[in-house]
Design a binder for this molecule. Structure first.
Ligand SMILES: NC(=O)c1ccc[n+]([C@@H]2O[C@H](COP(=O)([O-])OP(=O)(O)OC[C@H]3O[C@@H](n4cnc5c(N)ncnc54)[C@H](OP(=O)(O)O)[C@@H]3O)[C@@H](O)[C@H]2O)c1
Length: 307
């Protein structure tokens, strides 16, 4: 019988923010879940809550995707458990502030491992069975930052997110007609723990409220795009307007605007050490709900942006 919707989704970065929001929405639709991140307690609590609330199967698997062996171990564990993953949500991520040469290479390498290499490897490992079953849904959580010119600070972030957009486009083209769909979801400023982990909460809390979405809105728009078979999904009207403007603005002007505006939310110097490396692990850090909608007014206004 043809599969019409995902039965088991694996979500990376499911312990907080956008990943958790995807988990809640998919569980409510009856989809079984494999939840992965580093914080075991959070994952176990979410899995138990979603099992109770929706009668689904939810499995928590701890993995630090900065470890090069983690994607393979995760894949092998789901195989051992007999879990057929037909939706993969590559969501785990963080920002690494700092002027590139002032950061430690080890931190940049770990960043690339989590945001790029793990995404490529998990996709590569889960894709063959999806192809074989004639059904699969892959989401790369990219960013508006991948669609506007790069700017100083957080140097590899825009590049990593642009990579995910291009990866999704190519893979979607390759998979046309196979039953496997690939979607890059590009949020802008989203209420989550992201800016606490990245160490930019003080800066971004001054961004105007209309720039922000909550994680559930991002997940809802992402899943709607998947249902429509769209390859690219920029979430939120303001973000769509910024992405559209970036496309038609002459390159030199777009770069200037991006560089000027990014001072409102990027930290180019002096903060690049160790962010994201286990930040928040077991710390029960706050969800950062203080910033965003309704909080902080007056900085910047619209312009090229993206986290
Ligand atoms: N928030 C924004 O403004 C925004 C905007 C555009 C795009 N995004 C993207 O959205 C995605 C989700 O971010 P978010 O906003 O939901 O941030 P978040 O609330 O900080 O959640 C990030 C998730 O990634 C996991 N993670 C981080 N490092 C990991 C590692 N080494 N191994 C395994 N899991 C790891 C975290 O879990 P543990 O700490 O438990 O491991 C957490 O579950 C990211 O890819 C981010 O780049 C965010």
């Amino acid at each position: 019988m043809a599969i019409l919707s995902p039965r088991t989704a694996l979500i990376t970065g499911a312990s907080a923010g956008i990943g958790e929001a995807f988990a809640r929405r998919l569980a409510a639709s009856g989809c079984n879940l494999v939840l992965t991140a580093r914080r075991q307690e959070r994952l176990e609590a979410l899995a138990a809550e979603l099992r109770r609330a929706h009668g689904i199967e939810a499995t928590a698997l701890v993995a630090d995707l900065a470890e090069p062996g983690a994607p393979l171990r995760l894949f092998q564990r789901t195989e051992e458990l007999g879990l057929e993953i037909d939706m993969l949500v590559n969501n785990a991520g963080y920002g690494l502030p700092g002027h590139y040469v002032e950061t430690r290479w080890e931190d940049q390498a770990a960043f690339l491992q989590v945001l790029v290499t793990a995404v490529c490897e998990l996709t590569h490992r889960y894709l063959p069975a999806m192809e074989e079953r004639g059904f699969g849904r892959i989401i790369h959580v990219s960013s508006l930052a991948g669609l506007v010119p790069g700017s100083a600070g957080h140097t590899l972030y825009s590049a990593a997110k642009a990579f995910l957009v291009k990866f999704a486009e190519s893979l979607a083209a390759e998979q046309a007609g196979s039953g496997v769909q690939v979607t890059a979801v590009c949020p802008g400023f989203t209420l989550s723990e992201f800016h606490d982990v990245t160490g930019t909460r003080d800066l971004v809390s001054r961004m105007p409220g209309y720039m922000w979405q909550n994680a559930d809105e991002v997940a809802a728009e992402g899943l709607a795009a998947v249902a429509e078979g769209r390859v690219l999904c920029v979430t939120g009207r303001v973000n769509r307007a910024i992405a559209a403007a970036a496309k038609v603005t002459p390159a030199r002007l777009a770069v200037r605007v991006s560089q000027a505006r990014s001072k409102d939310f990027r930290r180019p110097r002096g903060a690049g050490q160790g962010v994201g490396q286990g930040a928040g692990q077991g710390s029960g850090q706050s969800a950062g709900q203080g910033a965003g909608r309704g909080a902080g007014r007056g900085a910047g206004g619209a312009g090229a942006s993206g986290q």
